[in-house]
Design a protein around this ligand. Sequence first.
Ligand code: IPM
Ligand code: MG
Length: 367
Amino acid sequence: MKATIALLPGDGIGPEVTAAAQAVLEEAFGQFGHRLEFRQALIGGAAIDALGDPLPADTLETCQASDAAFLGAVGGPQWAASETRPEEGLLRLRKHFGLFANLRPIPVFPPLAALAPVRAEILSGVDLLFVRELTSGLYFGPRQEQGEGANGEGERAFDTMEYSVQEVERIAHVAFRAARRRRRRVTSVDKANVLASMRLWRSTVDGVAKQYPDVHCEHMLVDAAAMHLLRTPAAFDVVLAGNLFGDILSDGASVLSGSLGLLPSASLGGERFGVYEPVHGSAPDLAGQGVANPVGAILSAAMLVRHSLGLEDLALCIETAVARALDSDRLTQDLLLHGPNSSPPLTTGEMTEAILQHLGCGVFLAV
Ligand code: IPM
Ligand code: MG
């Protein structure tokens, strides 16, 4: 087959991890005899600097003409005072393509258990998938910025958490369908004891749950979920959450993996097209040093291959190569922070190279 992928490197470490994902995709596609075309486009702060818009029309057209988009990261302190923020580009991209379902698996690699900030026995049996609602909630409800007031005093600003039954239903279906392919358990996270929008969330999820009698459904308040996810993570299967709570909890759960740098994500709508990005941000303090962990980006590329291109064996091949490369004491610096390891950390390029070397699937399939 021939696939076209839009590459949106963005800001900070975004370009470095995007290059790593691109190298792995090229190698894997070559081995499987598929053809691949990349089209690069601007997003975030880089697009503000070049064109004054974090999501230029040209970027949307490039995405429109592609099977999927890969995004590095957006944001950085240099745009903190800018009138339009880099993050707005990402939010508009998600909204434009109706990418309401954000899948965030928490990969736990047994060889890394000793390096995670959480005790190894707590990690045993962990296999978690976050299903985060991505185009509504507090991120997209009615808002008013400081200085936008009727008489311009700028004394007050607000954001609104708003959900409709239809918005909750469609993301709940994604969670329950995913649970059917896994351990058949959905934990829906909300704050129904305080927020009206979250009471609607809970009753709507209950309605959807009735259509999946084979899946166990439970509700958990977000504050309790933050604690239980780190105390008894193996008890969870699919965690269903709104936009803000899913954002916060998935960063928190990254400590189960050992590093935020390992986490991939897929943002999907009703079509095959999706946007794939590592969960980590632009990490301005690491940018340009070649030390960022490329694994979150490379695992996002595997999700792209699976969900937008339907090439399951190619996705598995990339994931296997990553798992093998992580079964080593040569790791990137983010993973070595908590362990006794004393070997010098790998650079982004060296880690990518290690994964490329384990991509032996072309040969394997030919046998
Ligand atoms: C994420 C990021 C984004 C979000 C930011 C960069 C807008 O934190 O994808 O998790 O909050 O959704
Ligand atoms: Mg986030």
